[in-house]
Design a protein around this ligand. Structure first.
Ligand SMILES: Cc1ncc(COP(=O)(O)O)c(C=O)c1O
Length: 362
């Protein structure tokens, strides 16, 4: 009799990461940019990608890309580690500093991949507390660091799915506690450019703290799969040893370098989305049966006082896809709306009003 190979016992209970990719007109469920990257960038990208040396491996250390990212953020390239999406950055951090016998501290509700990748890398997960407004309970966080002695502490700011931006004092207090137990602080700033503050200024070779960013959101390049972190040189050095050789393809490196030349356009897109976020906040807040969580990201979390799942489905039926968090611990009854173009946001409001009326009447 043939026996099927079985996955590791500790992976058996894992669910994959799922966000439905439905064929609808208005897609506001995965926090992508609603705007395409500038045409001039795409034209140059096509030409530069076409002239790559594809019979050769890509530059293993992504020298040009890393120095361009470093220059854009006022950091030496030795402090930059780049990978295929910030998810691969997170995975490399966990492969390097997590693993069997080690643990990560996270603060739920937060980005699902922090605990998911931790488990895949056999890193135990401790969950710290958040305050009523979803900010991290800093006293609890610091005492947990001292008690549980994790190897990694994930601070997601702005936090996905709540949009909460942590004060500097929280990040520095956690970093100080981490320093006493030799833990690494990972500040996930996938939405950092939409927020009023960033932990980038806290990065130094003396502090065990890295800031993770992505091209997927503000750079309108989710399809390119590129992310990076800025951290102490000695952390970057360790990450380079763990990541697979030649992991960043030639087109990815070209795209990432070239995109940075269109920073002004990026800032304009961010400004437009931040303005739309403000408009959507006011409009959503005015709806009966809905409360909105303040956000420093390109999405808003709403709590629906009706059956949230039914509201979500009624919106899908009208061609508007948002993200259903209604059964997630800590955000029960909540739905997350990515900020789209003005038209998409208007369509979303129309669909949400109709859905609330329909579900409220049934
Ligand atoms: C908080 C956070 N971190 C990281 C990511 C991963 O982004 P990517 O792998 O596309 O860079 C996301 C994507 O939604 C996110 O919300």
């Amino acid at each position: 009799m043939n026996m099927r190979p079985q996955p590791r016992d500790d992976l058996r209970a894992l669910e994959g990461y799922h966000s439905p990719q439905l064929d609808v007109t208005v897609r506001l469920n995965t926090n992508e940019s609603p705007y395409a990257a500038p045409q001039a960038f795409l034209d140059r990208l096509g030409a530069e990608v076409a002239s790559g040396d594809y019979h050769r491996y890509p530059d293993r250390s992504a020298t040009v890309l890393r120095s361009a990212i470093g220059k854009a953020l006022g950091q030496p390239s030795e402090r930059v580690f780049a990978a295929n999406g910030s998810n691969e950055v997170l995975q490399t951090l966990l492969l390097t500093y997590g693993g069997p016998g080690r643990s990560a501290l996270i603060f739920e509700p937060t980005y699902a991949l922090h605990s998911h990748i931790a488990r895949i890398t056999s890193t135990a997960v401790f969950v710290g507390a958040r305050n009523h407004d979803f900010s991290i309970d800093v006293d609890d966080a610091c005492s947990r660091v001292l008690r549980d002695r994790p190897s990694i502490v994930f601070v997601c700011s702005p936090n996905n799915p709540t949009g909460t931006v942590e004060p500097h004092a929280t990040v520095t207090s956690i970093a100080d506690a981490c320093a006493t137990v030799g833990a690494l602080v990972v500040v996930d700033e996938a939405y950092g450019e939409f927020a009023p503050r960033s932990a980038l200024e806290l990065v130094s070779d003396e502090r065990a703290l890295v800031v993770v960013r992505t091209y997927s959101k503000v750079w309108s390049l989710a399809g390119a799969r590129l992310g990076f972190c800025i951290g102490p040189q000695w952390v970057v050095h360790e990450l380079e040893k763990v990541v697979l050789p030649y992991h960043l393809s030639t087109p990815t490196q070209i795209a990432g370098t070239l995109a940075l030349e269109y920073r002004q356009e990026m800032l304009e897109r961010v400004a437009a989305l931040v303005e739309e976020r403000g408009r959507m906040f006011v409009a959503l807040d005015a709806l009966d049966g809905v409360s909105v969580v303040p956000s420093g990201a390109n999405f808003l979390l709403i709590r629906v006082h009706h059956d949230a799942r039914a509201v979500w489905q009624a919106m899908v039926n009208q061609g508007v896809l948002i993200r259903d968090f209604s059964t997630w611990p800590g955000v029960e009854g909540c739905l997350r709306i990515t900020i789209g173009t003005s038209q998409e946001n208007d369509d979303c409001l129309v669909a949400l009003r109709a859905a609330l009326t329909k579900v409220g009447n049934t």
